[in-house]
Design a protein. Sequence first.
Length: 274
Amino acid sequence: MSYDVLVIGGGPAGLSAAVNVRARGRSVLVVSNPPEENALWRAEKVDNYLGLPDMTGPQMLTAFRRHAERAGVVLQEGKVLNTMYMSETWYVSIGTEMENAKALVLASGVVRGNKFPGEAEFLGRGVSYCATCDGMLYRGKPVAVLGYSETARREAEFLQGIGCEVTYFERPKQCGISGGERVEKVTCDGVTVRTDCVFLLRPAMAPTDLFPGLELENGYVRTGRKMETNLPGVFAAGDCTGGALQVSVAAGEGLIAGQSAAAYVAALQRKTMK
Ligand SMILES: Cc1cc2nc3c(=O)[nH]c(=O)nc-3n(C[C@H](O)[C@H](O)[C@H](O)COP(=O)(O)OP(=O)(O)OC[C@H]3O[C@@H](n4cnc5c(N)ncnc54)[C@H](O)[C@@H]3O)c2cc1C
């Protein structure tokens, strides 16, 4: 389906952006991992959000989601795996599906940790970030699942269900992937197994994996005062832009990013009507 704006990430920044896109009468889709994978969900108590002391993280996120739904925001569970820009439209792949929008808001939070040795080298040659997309290629074959997200076990079960021989590693700290033309083995925390594919299941993707060419500053997405990035029609908000990494900042930046994205779409429409 086609939307005016698509938001990547359903935390405070993404939901605030989406609510403010709707306030300008534009359609908006928020794609995000399940709420339980959100940073705020892990906060026992949030005491510094103005006017709402004593809330737990889950209570706050649930209230934000309810507000977004009431505003007419479409919420979709899924992981954005990559994006492509063509003819003033962004195409976004979500698992095995594809959606498109005129503008994007990146609100994917912080990604902790570096890539593992071999990960970038073997990506697409036996390293995958998506079990449902690539699992069928490995039916009857040995695969290793490195689970860092709450849904990783479910994805490992899916792989097992379609006939893969799964070795599951729960949040390994160290990992090395090796092989020749393709992946042949993986070593996790000192345990080596032969495998045809390593499924790396993290809750978030690095912004530069989603958008090759996206400019960073000190490891965070570089934005201007309207939360614009260096890419056409791409805005960013919240923890992914660095700074204080707090809910109030995320909600405020989300508001600006949402308004800017809506204004960008309006300008694009005016241009094509001329
Ligand atoms: C334990 C803990 C306690 C905290 N306590 C406080 C506090 O008391 N006060 C305070 O102000 N802040 C607190 N924070 C920080 C606060 O939670 C964050 O600043 C805030 O959640 C950032 O919002 P965000 O929307 O930018 O990112 P996030 O809330 O991290 O949301 C990003 C979302 O995007 C999803 N995502 C990422 N990549 C993709 C992708 N490719 N496809 C689909 N979805 C994707 C992620 O899974 C995540 O759900 C706390 C954080 C933690 C972990």
